[in-house]
Design a protein around this ligand. Structure first.
Ligand code: BES
Ligand code: MN
Ligand code: ZN
Length: 492
């Protein structure tokens, strides 16, 4: 369940909350307006600051008892010395909400002094991120062991305009990120290509969009031999999902967001080792990012035209499966030699990116958990960014920065093309280990023709195998923020 967010003017004397969060920078000092809070804590805040029990370091927390009524508990959360205040507030919100989930308080109030609209939005997104939890496939514990999950948070801010704009954006984008994370967490036997198509239809119905879904037969008619090669090994029906949002100028060229939607990637005949293979349910996080972004864009009612495109299937070994050495033809006519059936994401995207051309896009951005090599190059900190248009690359990196989803550019030089030359076909689907993220993008470039294009390799950033403090093991919501900030930037 998504957190319900509110915003209100601060009135600490009248506040009735089981938990008040105060987000503070390093070397914090008491604010006059917090006197009522300190009174509720019998002076414990002033003492904690004077004794330097709490120094406001990043992620530092101190939990204090409050009154019987009114402000019942107080949590101080440190933000360090932030260069980027929205980013620090996002983080503090997430830390606070996770702590509230552990305490089982159900609701909280969040204060950090004066907040601009942008800052309030960031705090709201952080709270939503931290409150997010995935419990739907677990049996509930007995009643006496249950702790109330955080369901409501009120952000306190004096500026009414900031409250309105910031709250609305936080709710919209938070819903998109929560949707993407839920889809990511759902296992492959639940979140199938059909399930993703139904999710797109649901978004379309609620938010006034249109969907078109191509199934295996339709893709055969479109001669999408590359996508279909991946889907050959599975009995599940593959889906090419198109979700169209039109609120921009009539006939205005759309922004096209493309997502890799591998509901499970076993590697196929080039099968992956058993150890850790279960993580490959997350191979649809690019697609989840597109759906999450469309959810947010629809709720924000941005005045733009955007099309979401998802290529969804499952990569499985079987007697029917594609095999190394096979040559297939993509819908743009190019012949591909399949060297490694585990390099399947690029085969799916080849036909989806070729399809995108008929939409006459203003720009195409795809997101894919495409290469393990990207995790080696950039770790879990930055998304790999590659493309054919330098200005667009900068624009996308800027959007990611604003969203707290850093991206880093890798080169897409012609010199790398030699690595994916084939003896028998126009191109091969694997260049081996050197420059694995770049050769994957070089492959995609052959199909991303006729429009400005940027590729996001989110293999290291869309989900985390360790607890990040703000986010537990599992999906992070990346690249929803990047997509939404990009589209918002274009809508301005
Ligand atoms: N989905 C994987 C990439 C991946 C690996 C994402 C680890 C997240 C974590 C992709 O389909 C894949 O298997 N790529 C291969 C490509 C290789 C065979 C050229 C890889 O990265 O090993
Ligand atoms: Mn693979
Ligand atoms: Zn994959």
């Amino acid at each position: 369940m998504t957190l319900t967010l509110h915003a209100a003017a601060p009135d600490f004397g009248a506040l009735d909350t089981p938990l008040l969060v105060l987000a503070l920078p390093s070397a914090p000092t008491m604010r006059d307006e917090w006197q009522a809070v300190d009174t509720a804590a019998n002076g414990a805040i002033a003492r904690a600051l004077a004794r330097r029990d709490f120094r406001g370091g990043r992620d530092e927390t101190l939990h204090l008892a409050g009154g019987e009524q009114g402000i019942q508990r107080i949590l101080l959360v440190g933000m360090g010395s932030p260069a980027d205040r929205p980013a620090a507030l996002r983080r503090a919100g997430a830390i606070a909400a996770r702590q509230a989930n552990r305490l089982g308080v159900g609701r909280l109030a969040f204060a950090a002094g004066d907040l601009s609209g942008e800052e309030l939005e960031a705090a709201g997104l952080g709270l939503t991120m931290g409150a997010w939890d995935f419990k739907e496939l677990k049996t509930a514990p007995p009643a006496e062991e249950q702790r109330a999950p955080l369901e409501e948070a009120t952000i306190l801010a004096a500026d009414a305009a900031a409250r309105d704009a910031g709250l609305r954006a936080a709710i919209a984008i938070g819903a998109g990120q929560s949707l993407a994370r839920r889809l990511g967490m759902l296992p492959g036997n639940v979140c199938t290509p059909d399930y993703l198509a139904d999710t797109a239809r649901d978004i379309a119905k609620r938010l006034g969009m249109e969907t078109t879904v191509l199934d295996r037969a339709a893709m055969q008619r479109e001669k999408m031999g590359s996508f279909l090669a991946v889907a050959q090994g599975t009995t599940q029906d593959p889906k090419l999902i198109m979700l169209t949002y039109r609120r921009g100028p009539k006939d205005g060229q759309p922004i096209v967001l493309v997502g890799k939607g591998l509901c499970f990637d076993s590697g196929g005949i080039s099968i992956k080792p058993a150890q850790g293979m279960e993580w490959m349910k997350f191979d649809m996080c690019g697609a989840a990012g597109v759906l999450g972004a469309m959810e947010a864009i629809g709720r924000l009612e941005l005045p733009v035209n955007v099309v979401g495109l998802i290529g969804s299937t499952t990569n499985m070994p079987s007697g029917e499966a594609m095999k190394p050495g096979d040559v297939v033809q993509a819908s743009n006519g190019k012949y591909i030699e399949i060297i490694n059936t585990d390099a399947e994401g690029r085969l799916v995207l080849a036909d989806v990116l070729s399809f995108a051309k008929r939409l006459s896009p203003a720009a195409v951005i795809d997101a894919a958990t495409l290469t393990g090599a990207c995790v080696i190059a950039l770790g879990h900190t930055a998304t790999g960014v590659l493309g054919t248009d330098d200005a667009l690359i900068e624009e996308v990196i800027g959007a990611g920065k604003r969203a707290g989803e850093p991206g880093w550019a890798l080169p897409l030089w012609d010199e790398y093309k030699d690595l994916i030359k084939s003896d028998v076909a126009d191109i091969k689907n694997s260049g081996g280990r050197p420059a694995g993220t770049i050769t994957a993008a070089m492959f995609l470039r052959e199909f991303a023709e006729g429009y400005p294009w940027v590729h996001l390799d989110v293999a290291g950033t869309a989900y985390t195998e360790s607890d990040l403090g703000t986010v537990p093991r599992g999906p992070t919501g990346v690249p929803v923020g990047t997509f939404v900030e990009f589209v918002r930037g274009r809508a301005r």
